[in-house]
Design a protein around this ligand. Structure first.
Ligand SMILES: *Cc1c(COP(=O)(O)O)cnc(C)c1O
Length: 248
């Protein structure tokens, strides 16, 4: 017997198999949701959300073919990135950001899905120019009445997109939202439907340099409804990685 050293650590173990099975189950549910509304499964991407999970967990997902990972804190990306330097990970920032985090985003993020105000766009533009980079961004819109939910007020969306069209460093690709946390499925569905309607409305404005092909909506608890309402990307944490130990 000899040990096979060619496999990266943590790739062929039971935990990876379990993760693969969980992802397989999610993919099945995604395909079923697509089928219910006559969409093709290729229209919907699965973004694993790795916040609070360690580099080994991310390595397992990398071994299963994932490359983009959602995180909500730049500090956490800063800690994990060096440990995964060999993995070519693309960090997608999905959490509410203080403006003073623009520097870290410009340095570390491949993409930002939580752009929600001009002050942040200006700070990012400045920092990205210094880094000589441009990133894809989604504008986060508040579609839920909950006080705790972040995002731009829907009435401000079109003026905001017009302003963003002036920035070469921020490539606007679409919109993102978090639905209301509720047992009432119709209330959850309304949030997703509103984001799609806002996207359709904004598209009709034909703002130069703004593409709105992407709708990032749906999480572990509500992704099927989101897909039925037109999501092109679901952000899934706990259903892939397990329950989070501490509030993120
Ligand atoms: C944590 C988080 C997710 C994933 O949540 P799960 O319920 O674990 O799937 C998705 N989107 C955002 C913005 C998050 O902060």
């Amino acid at each position: 017997m000899h040990t096979d050293h060619s496999q990266p650590k943590g790739v062929n173990d039971a935990a990876t198999t379990a993760m693969s099975e969980r992802i397989g189950h999610i993919k099945q549910r995604m395909a079923q949701a697509c089928a219910r509304v006559g969409r093709s499964p290729e229209e919907v991407t699965l973004l694993p959300v790795s916040k609070t999970f360690d580099d080994q967990a991310i390595r397992r997902a990398v071994s299963l073919g994932y490359k983009r990972f959602g995180e909500n804190r730049t500090q956490e990306i800063g800690q994990k990135a060096p440990l995964l330097a060999d993995c070519d990970v693309q960090w997608v920032v999905i959490g509410q950001l203080q403006t003073n985090k623009a520097k870290e985003v410009a340095r570390l993020a491949h993409e930002l899905q939580s752009l929600d105000r001009m002050e942040l766009a200006e700070a990012l533009d400045r920092r990205l120019q210094l880094e000589g980079r441009a990133i894809d961004v989604l504008v986060q819109v508040k579609t839920s009445p909950e006080e705790t939910k972040a995002g731009l007020d829907p009435v401000e969306l079109i003026p905001f997109l017009r302003q963003l069209s002036g920035y070469q460093t921020l490539r606007v690709r679409g919109l993102m939202t978090m639905a209301i946390l509720s047992e009432d499925q119709s209330a959850v569905r309304r949030c997703f439907a509103q984001l799609r309607a806002l996207r359709d409305q904004a598209r009709q404005e034909g703002i130069a340099g703004i593409e709105l092909d992407r709708l990032s909506m749906g999480m572990s608890g509500d992704f099927e409804l989101a897909i039925e309402e037109g999501s092109t990307e679901i952000r899934v944490g706990s259903a892939i990685f397990g329950a989070r130990d501490y509030p993120a």
